[in-house]
Design a protein around this ligand. Sequence first.
Ligand code: GLY
Length: 342
Amino acid sequence: MEDRLSRRTFFGVTGGAAVAAALPSPALPLRPGGAARAAAVSSENGLRAVTRAMELVAGGTDTLDAAVEGVKIQELDPADNSVGYGGLPNEDGVVQLDASCMHGPTRRAGAVAGLEGIKTPSEVARLVLKYTDHILLVGEGAKRFALSYGFREEELLTPESRQLWLTWRANRGNDDDWLNVPENERLVARPTGTINLNVVNSRGDVSSVTTTSGLAWKIPGRVGDSPLVGAGQYTDNDIGAAGSTGRGEAVIMVCGGFLTVEHMRRGMAPTDACLETLKRVLRATPPRLLLPDGRPSFNLNFYAVNKRGDSGAASFFPGRYAAHDGKAGTLRDTAHLYQRSS
Ligand code: GLY
């Protein structure tokens, strides 16, 4: 009763014009003639992905299907140890994959987290989007869902990723029963790879996908930003799409994908929107993750494309990203807030 009264009072006092002003702003205008420029933007490991996605979009493929086909190249590549097959495992040596996607024209989303044994979580996320009334499936349920669609359960560790994990396990501390691996054997730092891909076609329809094996050697069950809609990626077909790679916990704290799209809604160009989100991340970063001079002790990257086909990317420290403007895919330098530490 009280709620109804207050709602009536609100509408009575404010009037229609004020209510309209409070609604989200309208769609970003397209280019003269009512067209967009087809474009794709991705992380540094996404050069083949943007190229494949744009080939498909040029042939009339839907932007989400094109984006999934693009990122699948990395998911299936055993040499990319940040994604899919060959992705680095959790601390138990088990690969747990995360992915999410959004389809602008239908305003739908799908995601999976902690998925084991399936090489292409982006495809499973798209099935969640298309065939369920849910958005996120996790763990054993996500695997059973994938198997029901005919996916095969496979070993996701490659000989190389297993070796990297064994080396990490042996060398992680001195207070255990594992003998250290000699220093001349390869040890990797703790990477947070991932691929994010955002695609727009010449009608201005937008989609986004992010897929990852997450933080290497993570605590089993840890989920980062990639499968969280609004964090690791976000699409609003009125505005554009954005996504991220890097320390997922930092992205989750500011709803980074969503925030970047909101910056574009307020008129920012994609690169500026990414930079603005990084500044917000910095304000949300606890002191333990800051260097003595105030810079972050981790890197983070945002990638964005707007409905018109402008794209850009930014990171804390200098980096690269993949972009395709409809003519060619290239690796470009990200805008950045800081130089590398000396
Ligand atoms: N951004 C990937 C992750 O943190 O899992």
